[in-house]
Design a protein around this ligand. Structure first.
Ligand code: UDX
Length: 439
């Protein structure tokens, strides 16, 4: 099939390359000429394992091309995927839908023959119905410009794998249901043949599947972080608690790691937007617990700052603190709402001299927090440090030799904000090792 993928950020670049891998002819569309130039040259403007290889493979095969022209997109595509961002609004907790709207406004006037526009972004429930009307009103072909909603569940760091081997597919279809479902079945035929579960829904259910999946995941993380608070108060060990809970198959062990909590471009903003939308719908009471999920999450960052102060004999002023990690999670260079950088920034504002190192996110971190110091490696960041903070659990940090790091630091004190280091090995090497939710 001939597909276009509009918006070539995280989601769009991945989707475009993966659709080419499934055998389609794909045209990626973006309004930023620099991005398009990089992608045409086979370069991905962010770090995602495996994506650059896949992109380069299909740019070379000719199955994947890029353009800045909506007219070219409309003339080329039978199915158009809208993969633009829905960031948090500047003026409040709701989702900013200007990019989603702009896709409709830019593409629709060129739709002179029947086509399907498929939304993949995370949007407030009710958005798809509104967009479907707008699309039909603006397209010369009228109601034959159809809309469907097909939420994306990919995780950064696993984006290619999650797209090519998703847990499930969800097709939210409107009044033109049979044609839209048939088109989407054709797009995803190889995945459906491989047995990927499919749930076909109406628009609002499809929108809500995505929002509620993220709300559930955030709740699971905040649940275990709430238990970490109780463990800290009672002398229990949240890592062992989590391990014991995980054997109950009804609970499961994934997303049950206590630590500095969730960040990134999705979970934090999505739960806030979900709350805002539920309030608008008069269903805010049902989601009151998500406010608590958000505040438990943010309290973990306060806890690290307090623990750092405690370990530095009550004052942060003038202390040298090494921060390992800047990305919001490992295998990503994404620093959006990163707990590590938020903590680093707060410690610096409290008078500490903070030196940050991350294997992939240094450029992004430097741009966003130019006042922080940055080192070229984990050991260099720890040089003469009074305290080391492990805040993003890159494999590289787990491989460090605690004895070698001890040689570099002024005081051998470490806070493991991700409960991911081998505490026994660090203690055996003479470190004061503290973790969240553990004695
Ligand atoms: C998330 C959803 O997982 C994905 O399905 C959705 O499409 C987008 O949002 P992502 O933001 O890439 O994906 O990251 P994810 O792997 O979910 O991690 C989110 C945050 O939770 C990270 O900061 C991570 O460090 C944290 N986390 C995760 C924990 O603190 N504990 C855990 O047990 C798991």
């Amino acid at each position: 099939m001939r597909l276009t993928v509009i918006g070539t950020g995280y989601l769009g670049a991945t989707h475009a390359a993966c659709m080419a891998e499934l055998g389609h002819e794909v045209l990626g569309v973006d309004v930023e000429p620099d991005k398009i130039a990089a992608l045409r040259a086979g370069r991905v403007p962010f770090y995602e394992p495996g994506l650059e290889e896949l992109l380069a493979k299909h740019v070379a095969s000719g199955r994947l091309r890029f353009t800045t022209s909506y007219q070219e997109a409309a003339e080329f595509g039978e199915v158009h995927f809208s993969c633009v961002g829905t960031p948090q609004r500047q003026d409040g907790p709701g989702a900013d839908l200007r990019y989603v709207d702009a896709v409709i406004d830019s593409l629709a006037p060129y739709l002179t023959r029947p086509a399907l526009l498929v939304g993949k972004s995370t949007v407030p429930v009710g958005t798809a119905a509104r967009l479907a009307e707008r699309l039909a009103a603006l397209a010369p072909v009228g109601a034959e410009a159809r809309l469907a909603w097909n939420p994306e569940f990919l995780r950064e760091g696993f984006a290619v794998e999650d797209t090519l081997r998703p847990d499930r597919l969800v097709f939210g279809i409107g009044e033109a249901a049979p044609e839209s479902e048939a088109d989407l079945r054709a797009v995803y035929a190889p995945l459906l043949e491989a047995g990927t579960p499919l749930v076909v829904t109406d628009f609002p259910t499809a929108e809500l599947v995505k929002t509620s999946a993220n709300a559930f995941l955030a709740t699971k993380i905040s649940f275990i972080n709430a238990m970490a608070e109780v463990c800290e108060a009672s002398g229990a060990d949240v890592a062992l608690l989590s391990k014991a809970l995980s054997f109950d198959t009804r609970i499961g062990g994934r997303f049950l790691n206590a630590g500095v909590g969730f960040g990134g471009g999705c979970l934090p903003k999505d739960i806030r937007a979900f709350l805002a939308r539920a309030d608008e719908l008069g269903a805010g009471q049902a989601l009151g617990f998500l406010r608590e999920v958000d505040s438990i999450n943010l309290r973990r960052r306060d806890r690290v700052v307090d623990l750092a102060r405690e370990l530095c004999e009550g004052t942060l002023s003038g202390r040298r603190i090494a921060v390992w990690g800047a990305a919001f999670k490992p295998d990503s260079d994404d620093i959006r709402d990163s707990p590590a950088l938020d903590i680093a920034d707060r410690l610096q504002r409290l008078g500490a001299e903070v030196c940050v190192y991350d294997p992939k996110a240094m450029d992004n971190a430097r741009k966003r927090f130019p006042a922080l110091d940055f080192a070229t490696g984990a050991l260099a960041a720890a040089q003469d440090a009074d305290l080391v903070l492990h805040l993003t659990e890159w494999k590289e940090f787990r491989a460090l030799d605690p004895a070698a790091v001890r040689e570099a630091v002024a005081h051998a004190r470490i806070i493991d904000g991700r409960n991911a280091l081998d505490d026994g090995a660090w203690r055996a090497a003479g470190w004061t090792y503290r973790a969240l939710g553990r004695p």
